[in-house]
Write a protein that binds this ligand. Structure first.
Ligand code: URA
Ligand code: SF4
Length: 201
């Protein structure tokens, strides 16, 4: 199925409880012919409001990391593990939370065909929930980030720190892991180009 058709069908999805409070189904965007796909966790407030992935504070940090790695958003395709915002509403004010296992599982109905339609050389999993979903359930992000693993949905997958986590860790004199994010993006891109080259030669 084409990405356009998938996005259209996903926009009406009610397969898990996250549909109840969403404003947008944030399907994904970017270069569908890119050798590299970035898969984050899920939309936050800004993404839910605009329908676009990684446009809030974490997204701006990701943009900065892409630029420092010599890339731009336009060079890659960006999407998320779940397409609707996961938040805890019990206090009245929504608090973002990681997607629950059943929500992640439900949204594979979109993510897996989306990845199949793009057929990237490399997937860069942004944050632990994405790595656990696409590489291995027990993936240990702090120990295993930055290394290439085999993956069912691309020729290789690499995981990196989530920019929201980096923002929480940053202190004066401590970049919170931003340089690791830049290095992992660079590595994922270089590997994607090498693998693509090997296919075409
Ligand atoms: N965090 C994510 O994981 N994805 C987004 O789209 C925005 C913030
Ligand atoms: Fe459907 Fe995914 Fe949204 Fe759940 S998160 S309602 S599975 S699109």
């Amino acid at each position: 199925m084409t990405l356009e058709l998938l996005a259209k069908e996903a926009s009406a999805c009610t397969a898990c409880r996250l549909h109840e409070r969403r404003r947008s189904v944030v399907f994904g965007e970017g270069d569908a012919k890119s050798p590299l796909v970035l898969v984050g966790e899920g939309p936050g407030d800004q993404e839910d409001a605009t329908g676009r992935p990684f446009v809030g504070r974490a997204g701006r940090l990701l943009d900065q990391a892409l630029i420092e790695a010599g890339l731009s958003r336009e060079a890659v395709y960006i999407c998320n593990t779940v397409k609707c915002r996961a938040a805890d509403w019990s206090s009245g004010k929504p608090q973002n939370r990681p997607p629950a296992p059943d929500e992640t599982e439900a949204c594979r109905r979109w993510l897996i065909p989306q990845l199949a339609a793009i057929s990237p050389q490399v997937i860069l999993c942004i944050g632990a929930p994405s790595a656990k979903n696409l590489i291995r359930p027990k993936f240990a992000i702090t120990k295993e980030r930055g290394a290439a693993f085999s993956c069912e949905f691309a020729r290789a997958a690499i995981a990196t720190l989530h920019p929201s986590y980096i923002l929480r860790c940053q202190r004066p004199g401590d970049d919170g892991g931003f340089s690791l994010l830049v290095a992992d993006i660079r590595k994922a891109w270089d590997l994607a180009l090498t693998l693509r080259e090997a296919v075409s030669s």
